[in-house]
Design a protein around this ligand. Structure first.
Ligand code: MG
Length: 355
């Protein structure tokens, strides 16, 4: 394949409800859609949208790098395999969100040229992908109502945010959820590193009676998380403590942590995420793919990755309701708590006339 054309377009998506990260309040998602065309005249899209507070690069960095890349990448030829794509991309000095976009666009072009490309490199993909519903802080009654609505909509896995100022409030909430819904739903927790190494053991012990599927980041210290993965009765998941693919690889190879929540837009794109999925499988661990609030374009590549995991745990890609309006129709709408994935039709078509 030879790259004949490279274009990029800015986009901005308003969030219905602003969300607070450790450093700022996000009210909109800004990014770029890139478009790459090959010598046959076919083209494909990729998204780069660094997530403020998580990505180390800013949207201004991205714009500056894309400007230069436009002139550098045209005329490059490559073989249609993942190693060749990685090798091409490593020739440029890029940041994770741009690696993501380039990989998405080039993988999509390869899939258009060769019908077997996705099966060959991503393996047997799941055709039904379960989503978790994320439940933030609120009054217990509101949370119970929200879970009830989501159960009616077909969701089975719920991720409850914990780490309230008073641990008893977390405990009582989960107790109420189990009392109301019994074992008909799966519960995950996410403490976002809130508990410290003195309280975390006792908290996990108290919560272990509730049959929790896993808890993300019960404390923010990697050493303690590692210890907990050996001693605690609740499986440990790691999320924001991973800041690089190297970190994730170390956790897969050298720890007992069973679940790794991966944000490919923040970490380093699609090909290295796929490698982690395969590494994790060999170690009997599970990668859970998590959105960074991408548009429908970027999210479609996350759906591909989620479909390539060899487990049936829910993934965290149900984010469309956070946006007032997406940049195009979402080809992977969540219905009854699930996304249907059809490998034959990857990549999906996007109508980007609104951009
Ligand atoms: Mg988390």
């Amino acid at each position: 394949m030879t790259i004949r054309e490279f274009k990029y377009f800015p986009f901005s998506l308003n969030l219905k409800t602003p969300f607070q990260t450790s450093s700022q309040i996000i009210t909109e998602r800004n990014g770029f859609i890139i478009s790459i065309s090959d010598e046959l005249g076919s083209s494909a899209y990729g998204e780069c949208s660094p997530l403020p507070g998580f990505s180390y690069e800013s949207i201004n960095d991205v714009e500056r790098i894309l400007k230069g890349l436009r002139y550098q990448i045209i005329g490059f030829s490559l073989e249609e395999n993942l190693t060749a794509i990685s090798n091409l991309i490593s020739e440029f000095k890029l940041v994770p969100s741009i690696v993501f976009a380039l990989e998405q666009a080039i993988v999509s072009l390869c899939a258009k040229r060769n019908k077997n490309f996705i099966v060959e490199f991503f393996g047997d993909t799941n055709s039904i992908i379960e989503m978790n519903a994320v439940i933030g802080f609120d009054k217990t009654d509101n949370i119970l109502t929200r879970i009830e609505e989501k159960v009616k909509n077909g969701f089975c896995t719920f991720k409850l945010k914990v780490g309230r100022n008073n641990f008893e409030d977390d405990f009582n909430l989960i107790k109420s959820v189990r009392e109301k819904f019994g074992e008909s739903i799966k519960i995950r927790l996410d403490a976002n590193g809130k508990w410290n190494s003195e309280t975390v053991n006792a908290n996990l012990e108290k919560l272990s009676q509730f049959n929790v599927q896993y808890i993300e980041e019960p404390c923010g210290d990697l050493g303690t998380l590692n210890n907990l993965s050996v001693t605690a009765d609740i499986p440990i998941a790691i999320d924001e403590s991973i800041s690089s693919i190297e970190d994730a690889t170390k956790i897969i190879n050298n720890s007992k942590i069973e679940f790794i929540v991966l944000k490919p837009m923040v970490l380093n794109g699609i090909i290295s995420s796929l490698k982690l999925i395969k590494d994790a499988e060999r170690k009997e661990k599970n990668i859970v793919i998590s959105s960074s609030f991408e548009s429908a374009v970027g999210r479609s590549a996350l759906v591909l990755l989620a479909s390539a995991t060899n487990h049936s745990f829910a993934h965290g890609l149900d984010t469309s309701e956070y946006f007032e309006r997406d940049i195009c129709k979402d080809p992977y709408e969540v219905k009854e708590g699930k996304i249907k994935f059809d490998i034959e039709n990857y990549p999906p078509q996007f109508d980007l006339s609104r951009l």
